[in-house]
Design a protein around this ligand. Structure first.
Ligand code: SF4
Length: 398
């Protein structure tokens, strides 16, 4: 639906001196044309981010570009009403833009603004996060291990940790089924009510009604689930198994694989070849998951490093990346900030094996940045001095 905003022309205000355009725009052609004229007058071709705001100041969209002016003007050439972003422009009452010293700085700012505002048009668009999958560890009395789109997990307020990202969903489905079965974890929908065995104590001599009900699925009867839906376990027992599940995902425990391998050997020895084959498939699923997790851990556990980025007009900047995220940044001329960063860079930190959901977007952005631009790794170093040296080598005259 297109919201038509009728705003008086008197309310229009342009503040080009701060590199911000503050212009109330209705949905008529002339209003859009006027907005375009002001973009033409104010915006430069420079790396940066831009924000489209609605009539109430709400953030509709956040974008980044290495050429802000060209990118913004391209919106005005989109066919309306067919094109989604042309329709967004008709809802836009204000456009703001901020120049950044580099494309990397723009990407980082874009990711953080999207995380803060969850703009309607960003959420709907095909963002990089939509292409990735993660395993989330839930919250609540009987948390689940779930496969979710990275974009969904990043917006979720109900998961305690995230393992990933992964490119393919299919192998994850098989592996998670095996892992849930091995540990007795639930895999039913969130809406299934849980009742732990301890809850029965609260009812004294009277049995809690839920403890007499039928389990929600066959997994409890086939011993593949501890049965938290029918008081089949205490909260402590369930959480112990969940902690093991997290340890498997973090590469600290491979007892489920060992148990399956042992059962497979026993089945083979007793000539139960069908069962042995079934167990082999389960073991393969877990091993494939382990291979994928090893790749993820490699990028998550890159030790802390300093990344020197050459900026437009000599505005070079240093970024301290820790556990795959930017923990600090400073302009290359700020000696005090660089000294503080250097101290932080030399302080050891434990390797993170699982990320928080709200860190995922930044983690993926940085991972993708270095994957698609391997030469940039040459500008990273253990200390500020060494990172700066790589930059001075490349740009000696600046
Ligand atoms: S047995 Fe109960 S808790 Fe376990 S998966 Fe089935 S419905 Fe969920």
């Amino acid at each position: 639906m297109i919201v038509r905003a009728h705003v008086s022309r008197d309310s229009r205000k342009i503040a080009t001196e701060t590199l911000q355009l503050d212009l109330a725009v209705g949905s008529s052609e002339s209003d859009v044309a006027q907005l375009r004229d002001h973009v033409r007058k104010g915006a430069r071709n420079h790396p940066g981010i831009y924000i489209m705001r609605g009539v109430h100041g709400e953030v509709l969209y956040v974008g980044k570009s290495t050429q802000i002016r060209t990118r913004l003007l391209s919106y005005f050439r989109l066919p309306w009403p067919e094109h989604r972003q042309a329709r967004m422009l008709r809802e836009t009452a204000r456009i703001e833009w901020q120049e950044t010293p580099s494309e990397f700085a723009a990407l980082l700012r874009e990711v953080r603004l999207i995380r803060t505002h969850l703009p309607r048009y960003n959420v709907r668009s095909a963002r990089p996060l939509d292409r990735w999958w993660v395993i989330t560890i839930g919250d609540g009395p009987a948390p689940r291990l779930r496969i979710q789109r990275a974009s969904t997990a990043a917006r979720s307020r109900s998961c305690s940790a995230v393992v990933g990202p992964f490119v393919n969903r299919r192998p994850l489905v098989d592996a998670l089924r095996v892992l849930n079965d091995a540990l007795g974890l639930r895999d039913c929908p969130e809406r299934v009510p849980m009742i732990m065995r301890d809850a029965g104590d609260l009812f004294g001599d009277t049995l809690h009604p839920a403890l007499t009900r039928t389990p929600g699925c066959h997994r409890y009867e086939t011993r593949r689930c501890l049965g938290p839906c029918v008081g089949g376990c205490s909260e402590f027992e369930y959480r112990t198994q969940l902690t093991r599940g997290r340890a498997v995902l973090e590469g600290r425990d491979n007892s489920p694989q060992q148990q399956i391998a042992k059962d497979m050997a026993t089945a083979s020895a007793s000539l139960s070849y069908e069962r042995a084959g079934w167990l082999r498939d389960r073991l393969t699923a877990l091993q494939q998951l382990e291979d994928q997790l090893a790749r993820v851990r490699e990028s998550l556990s890159r030790p802390s490093f300093v990344y020197a980025v050459h900026g437009v007009d000599g505005h070079d900047r240093l970024y301290l990346v820790r556990n795959g995220r930017v923990a600090d940044d400073a302009p290359s001329g700020d000696n005090m900030a660089m000294r503080i960063m250097n101290d932080r860079a030399s302080t050891p930190i434990p390797i993170a094996l699982a990320a928080q959901a709200d860190q995922l977007d930044e983690l993926l952005m940085i991972d993708q940045w270095f994957r698609t631009r391997p030469a940039e790794l040459g500008r990273t170093a253990a200390t500020v001095t060494l990172a700066l040296a790589t930059l001075r080598q490349e740009y000696p005259t600046e």
